[in-house]
Design a protein around this ligand. Structure first.
Ligand code: ATP
Ligand code: MG
Length: 424
């Protein structure tokens, strides 16, 4: 047997306790924000049938073509995939359980997503998202509300320079017309196309517009614009979204080359970007997906949503100078002797009933070594219980950051400790 140390899978990170304090804080802020807009939590499996993502995201997208962790369940031959995003699963769950039967739904989820990409700062193979989906809403009001929500979150988090990019992808017919024109245009300039673009020419020409290759920049700038093909309905929808954003003083830039990497989007699409995370500058992205629910097997139902990358948001907060929230525990209980130990564990439970955070020393040792642990724990007070205290029904309360040690009877303990904690 080899005793080589095993390592985590490349691109999949451990989040250690100090850093997890930041995650916990962030998740609480986000949950409170989501609830303030009436969104309700839904939790889907991490693994879904591969067919779901192929159908929902699209066969010729980067995600499905080369980023999915797909495998066969060797026990029964099922084709399965670790979810690369949450929208497809959320829609699948809503349909499977008839959630859309007679009311629209505002839903959110959070958790791991998996994409086999080249790991680098802000791009991992396991990463985390908060995803938000409004299913069963057709009007521009909800598109705008979701964007306003994001603006409020950035404000809550104290993030300043995240910019909003907005576009519309129109509806199926206008996209078809645009697609035909795009193919004709790129065919005329085949010599300028790189390998990726050539491969996509007939399968997904819209994605060529998203290319970052400088050699194709001019070609892309001059390409036929989808805006010229849009129907009145889609145009009106788009201007209504913009109108609401303006009413709320949310600044945006219209970016006609914003196409998104998933096939299910139509009409409004948006991204929140920062220039401070290098090439991985998109912290939140989303849009309307009116065709997806039908595509996954439901009745035609309009919908819109977005997802934010937690790693990128936290990186941005740290870059802004945010410090990790400090872990804290209120009380460390040291004890020695049989009677004292029994009382220590009883007293600890009593204090937890009163909502204090309590570490009861485990593993024995001298008072001196236990006090060292109490010190290292960062607790505000230590309780010291020897058999002497125990037989008197008392506890010594030692403030760890200066102040007099006092002996207090067990029934007055909660009150006494509160005095110290309040001073903090
Ligand atoms: P990118 O253009 O950066 O590859 P994307 O368009 O593939 O992003 P989406 O599928 O829209 O991303 O996912 C929403 C958000 O999730 C992104 O804006 C980003 O913040 C985050 N995200 C996507 N892929 C990764 C990844 N591999 N590692 C970390 N975060 C990611
Ligand atoms: Mg991507």
């Amino acid at each position: 047997m080899s005793n080589e140390t095993l390592q985590a899978v490349r691109g999949m990170n451990d989040i250690l306790p100090d850093e997890a304090e930041l995650w916990l804080w962030f998740e609480e802020v986000v949950r409170e924000w989501l609830h303030s807009y009436g969104y309700r939590n839904i939790r889907m499996p991490l693994v879904e049938p591969t067919a779901l993502f192929k159908r929902a995201i699209g066969e010729v997208t980067d995600i499905v073509e080369k980023e999915m962790y797909s495998f066969e369940d060797t026990l029964n031959g099922d084709q399965l995939t670790l979810r690369p995003e949450g929208t497809a699963s959320c829609v699948r769950a809503a349909l499977q359980h008839n959630l859309l039967y007679n009311a629209p739904q505002r839903l959110y989820y959070s958790g791991q997503m998996f994409r086999h990409e080249r790991p680098q700062k802000g791009r991992y193979r396991q990463f985390h998202q908060f995803g938000v989906e409004a299913l069963g809403f057709a009007g521009p009001d909800i598109d705008a509300e979701q964007i306003l929500m994001c603006a409020r979150l950035w404000q809550k988090l104290g993030l300043q320079d995240v910019a909003l990019q907005l576009n519309t992808l129109g509806d199926i017919e206008s996209r078809q017309r645009h697609r035909t024109k795009l193919i004709a245009y790129f065919l005329q300039h085949q010599d300028v196309l790189d390998a990726d673009a050539t491969r996509r020419l007939h399968s997904n020409p819209l994605r060529i517009l998203d290319s970052k290759n400088p050699a194709m920049h001019d070609l892309i700038i001059a390409a036929p614009s989808l805006m010229d093909e849009l129907e009145d309905d889609a145009l009106q929808h788009f201007s209504a979204v913009q109108e609401i954003l303006k009413q709320h003083n949310v600044k945006f830039e219209i970016n006609p080359r914003l196409v998104r990497g998933l096939d299910y989007y139509n009409r409004t699409v948006f991204e929140w970007v920062t220039t401070r995370l290098g090439a991985q500058g998109t912290i939140c992205a989303g849009g309307r997906f009116d065709g997806l629910i039908e595509q996954v097997g439901g009745k035609p139902t309009p919908a819109t949503g977005f997802a934010m990358g937690i790693e990128r948001l936290l990186a941005l907060l740290l870059d802004d100078g945010m410090t990790l929230p400090k872990y804290r525990v209120d009380i460390y209980v040291v004890h020695q002797g049989e009677l004292a130990s029994k009382m220590a564990s009883r007293v600890s439970e009593q204090l937890r009933d009163a909502k204090f955070q309590v570490i009861l020393h485990c593993g024995g040792g001298s008072f001196k070594s236990q006090m060292k642990k109490a010190d290292a724990s960062g607790a505000i007070v230590a309780l010291v219980i020897g058999d002497d205290e125990a037989s008197a029904g008392e506890v010594s309360v030692k403030p760890m950051r200066g102040g007099e040690q006092a002996r207090v009877s067990v029934d007055k303990l909660n009150f006494a400790i509160n005095q110290f904690i309040k001073q903090e």
